[in-house]
Write a protein that binds this ligand. Structure first.
Ligand code: FE2
Length: 386
């Protein structure tokens, strides 16, 4: 990969016009993880990432089979769900995949119409439109399968003013760590099997009305050992971005293959959460023990001025400080971005987080892919899975 940043004019506004408006999406409503021990996971998200207690459902609220903790930070809402008995499908999901994302919920104005429009275009139904009520009003939800066992739920909440969804009560806690500065979900990435990327790209185009606005082939994304391909899908207003990765043939096993082996199927690889001040956010996370991929070699930081070109003028961050925190830098025609990746957050080498700060750049850090993947490969080598 050349060191110099290639100028790309994404022309996003124009591209997004190509998206279909049969499925208007207001934003991400929440992301739900099925986990082995939701109580302990919730503590991790609060302590390590500064999430706030939001809502709860469990035995105390009359939920006999499942327990869920809802955590919030600015616009990001994460739900952690565990089973309370061995028969629960949540347990089967965790047994097969380990802890992982089950639901990417999308906020809509009309859940029935969202279900109807997507299923008539070929989506497989997960949940027929369902009305749920409590003293705070009512919501409508419906769901479809995407890749693997992952689902999209459509959440219509215009007639609801409770803390989360019917059945949940406000979660009051005496333990309330400070927020770390995480603001919103920037993008969510799926890993799919060999030959399945283009199938899912077509699915998002036809079933959800998304557009493919950026593609990377294995010639662009490779290291000495491994390769992958990626296509980025977006909805019409650009609020929802789903890159889709597929492994590519190379000398050794790619991180995507490692994921597919350990997740035992396709699923969400990472979620990128945005901050306005990555130095402060990452300092917080490191202080709390969040583990990140090790930094690229010195040469990577020496080359930043060349990589950023004219954007160096607007860069206020000190390169030495970025290096100290292992933060990566990339640029495109419109600006630069700062990003960093955690190590997998559960024992299986599957799901991880990205923290991103956009300073005008609209890309995904393509200039960092090589440095990033070499870093992941050093971790894979330690796990014996390269
Ligand atoms: Fe990403």
């Amino acid at each position: 990969m050349s060191k110099k940043v290639e100028s790309v004019n994404y022309g996003l506004e124009k591209i997004f016009e190509g998206a279909q408006d049969f499925l208007p999406l207001l934003g991400t409503d929440y992301v739900e993880f099925y986990v082995g021990n939701a109580k302990q996971s919730a503590h991790y998200y609060k302590t390590a990432y500064g999430f706030q207690s939001c809502a709860y459902k469990g035995l105390e609220t009359g939920s006999k089979d499942t327990v869920s903790y809802v955590l919030k930070q600015d616009k990001i809402r994460i739900v952690l769900t565990s089973a309370l008995n061995s028969e629960s499908p949540i347990n089967k999901h965790v047994t097969k995949h380990g802890d992982g994302v089950k639901v990417v919920a999308l906020w809509v104005d009309d859940a029935r119409k969202s279900f109807e429009e997507t299923t008539k275009r070929g989506a497989k139904a997960f949940l027929e439109p369902t009305v749920e009520k409590d003293e705070h009003g009512e919501i409508v939800k419906a769901g479809i399968y995407t890749y693997g066992e992952t689902v999209h739920l459509f959440i219509e909440r215009k007639n609801y003013n409770g803390p989360f969804l019917p059945g949940f009560q406000k979660w009051e806690s005496n333990y309330n760590p400070e927020p770390s500065g995480l603001k919103y979900i920037d993008h969510m990435v799926g890993n799919v099997d060999w030959g399945r990327m283009d199938v899912m790209v077509k699915w998002y185009e036809e079933v959800m009305g998304f557009v493919n606005f950026l593609s990377f082939d294995d010639k662009q994304i490779h290291t000495e050992y491994s390769a992958l391909m990626s296509k980025v899908m977006s909805n019409g207003n650009g609020r929802i971005k789903f890159p889709i990765n597929e492994p590519a043939k190379a000398a050794k096993k790619s991180q995507i293959e490692e994921y597919l082996d350990f997740y035992e199927g396709e699923g969400v690889q990472h979620i990128a959460m945005a901050t306005d001040d990555i130095i402060s956010t990452i300092s917080y996370l490191k202080e709390k023990g969040v583990e990140f991929l090790p930094p690229p070699p010195q040469a990577y930081y020496d080359e930043i001025p060349e990589r950023l070109g004219s954007h160096m003028d607007m860069m206020s961050e000190d390169i030495k400080e970025l290096q100290k925190l292992s933060i990566l830098v990339d640029a495109d025609e419109e600006g630069y971005l700062l990003q960093i990746f955690t190590k997998p957050i559960q024992d299986r080498p599957t799901f991880f987080f990205e923290i991103i700060q956009r300073m005008g750049a609209k890309g995904f850090g393509a200039g960092n892919f090589k440095a990033l993947f070499e870093s992941i490969e050093r971790e894979q080598a330690l796990r014996g899975t390269l």
